[in-house]
Design a protein around this ligand. Structure first.
Ligand code: SAM
Length: 286
């Protein structure tokens, strides 16, 4: 999506041409403005794109065949083999290559010491109707997760336990925000994401006869005693409010992680990790 005119000329995103290398040295270049705009959810939604930092992210995306709109790197790093190779692959796949000054890199990433490489990727969501858990497959569902760091960490953890994907129930934070992508450490490209309203999730659960274990501070069962063999979804609650009553009532079991000490609950991402690893241990797949 890169303009074929010389660097720093006025360009609209529509006029950018893919598969080309473009030099950008001015922070006032309109392409820089477009890229910076991806920090806002409304712009990500409109363009169906998102920004991520680091060469690893770009290589993860390439490996999993995600569409990469742009690879952006600092001119001073242009001669690094790994960057040149990644740029060649992005270009071959029809993406654009932006070779930029350090100031431009800082401006786009909004950081004083930015990563050498940034990428602009196409967002992907799997439709809920296509999710049909088979025996032994585990999905994670999150009720109104608000914190992008929690969401990214959960994606990474879901990846580590080999969960099939993450279902975002209700009004959740955007998994494609810079913070969530950063916290996922590349797992954003490896863990399928599904969006559903609470009603859609509950209907889907009924239609697929999915067995759901919810985690709840008023849980009746110690999470270590749950029989995870037939369980297809582990459902986690919102950071402030926990699970809605509707969701809690729909769970086959509500599990509690017993706690010592004075804290009233565990962090959402930590508790997700605890339960997922127990579920996998019980299923003896790790
Ligand atoms: N004030 C909230 C409440 O009353 O539920 C606390 C929510 S907690 C920070 C966020 C989510 O993490 C919970 O909804 C639950 O899914 C999970 N969680 C945290 N600690 C837990 C525990 N000890 N047992 C079971 N689930 C827990």
């Amino acid at each position: 999506m890169v303009d074929d005119r010389n660097s720093d000329e006025r360009a609209s995103p529509e006029k950018r041409i893919s598969g080309q290398v473009k030099q950008i040295t001015s922070v006032s270049n309109p392409i820089v403005k477009d890229l910076r705009g991806l920090v806002l959810r409304k712009n990500r939604n409109k363009s169906n794109l998102f920004l991520g930092e680091g060469l690893k992210l770009v290589t993860d995306a390439l490996q999993k065949k995600w569409r990469i709109e742009d690879i952006i790197y600092g001119k001073s790093f242009a001669d690094q083999d790994a960057i040149a190779q990644a740029a060649a692959k992005v270009r071959a796949a029809g993406g654009s290559v932006l070779e930029v000054s350090n100031q431009v890199l800082e401006k786009i990433s909004r950081k004083d010491n930015p990563q050498m490489v940034l990428g602009v990727f196409e967002q992907r969501f799997q439709a809920l109707s296509t999710v049909r858990p088979k025996e032994g497959e585990l999905w994670v569902a999150l009720d109104r997760v608000r914190d992008p760091g929690n969401l990214g960490t959960i994606l990474r953890t879901a990846d580590c336990v080999g969960a099939k994907g993450v279902i975002l129930v209700g009004d959740c934070t955007d998994p494609y925000s810079l913070e969530a992508v950063r916290a996922s450490m590349g797992s954003i490209f490896h863990v399928p994401l599904v969006k559903a309203s609470e009603g859609e999730f509950l209907q889907w659960k009924e239609r697929n006869a999915a067995s759901v274990v919810g985690t709840h501070l008023a849980g009746a069962v110690d999470y270590r005693t749950v029989d995870y063999s037939g369980v297809s979804v582990v459902l986690m609650g919102n950071e402030q409010q926990g699970l809605t009553e509707n969701l809690a009532n729909a769970c086959q079991q509500l599990a509690l992680i017993p706690m010592a000490g004075q804290a009233d609950s565990l962090n959402l991402a930590v508790s997700t990790g605890v339960v997922l690893f127990e579920a996998r241990r019980a299923a003896l797949t790790l």
